[in-house]
Design a protein around this ligand. Sequence first.
Ligand SMILES: [Mn+2]
Length: 294
Amino acid sequence: MAVNSLTTFMNVPLYDPSAARPADVVVQGIPYDLGTTMRPGKRFGPDAIRIASRILQWEPHRWPWDFALAERLSVVDRGDIEFPTGQTPLMLESVIAETTRVLRAGQRVLSFGGDHYVSLPLLRAVHGVMGPVALLHFDAHTDTDVSAHDHHGVMFHHAVNEGLIEASASVQVGIRTYYDRPTHKFAVLDADWSNANGVEAVVARIKAAVGGRPVYLTFDIDCLDPAFAPGTGTPVAGGLSSEFVLRVLRGLKGIHIVSADVVEVSPPYDSAQLTALAAATIALDLLYLMALRR
Ligand SMILES: [Mn+2]
């Protein structure tokens, strides 16, 4: 199969703002990593995920889905959102403005980080267009630090406080680090519970929590054990396998994902594209889930 020398995710067409019919989903990169607390390099994540997606392009439809994605969902890649270096408020402004434009056209957004801080402006844009959503959050960390600082551990504290998400309908999967329980409002399916109870139990708990609500899905690649995703900023041993999370995602057929992101891929710490390929595979399965619920 021919691969375009301009590498878009899954070789989808480039975004054309003058297209007569808008695509269903717009892929965008947000190469921002100034919110990083440990290992940097996430600004290189979007391109690494796009390049790793070349490995997935030969299948007419991804196993074990029984349809070709393009039959049900049109996807374009708009490249990366631009913002000036060193000015976080301007990054927030650009992400909100660009994402809002796409959402207002009735399109969904699949974003590649960047560090996890980029989920905050993405959620602000989603909230601005469609009101509060349920958050489905895969991560080793809850990212609910009570801090006013701009870093990648605070977003979901702010998201609750700003009314961007419905905490009571939101779930965090794969958590295995400290969090402040009294201020924490989410259902947590931690890594030990998930591994002990299995895929079906995780799927059932997620479906019960989010119901038919619009869902914003955020996937921090460090939800995976570092054995499966070494190239990330704050790896934590004892996580989920890629097999486990892919089976969970495929179990979520029917939930209403309105937009999603895959974040925290740090190519300088990756080996053999393991992490980038895991992220690309997860992103592709997210598109299949979106295709089922249009
Ligand atoms: Mn994390």
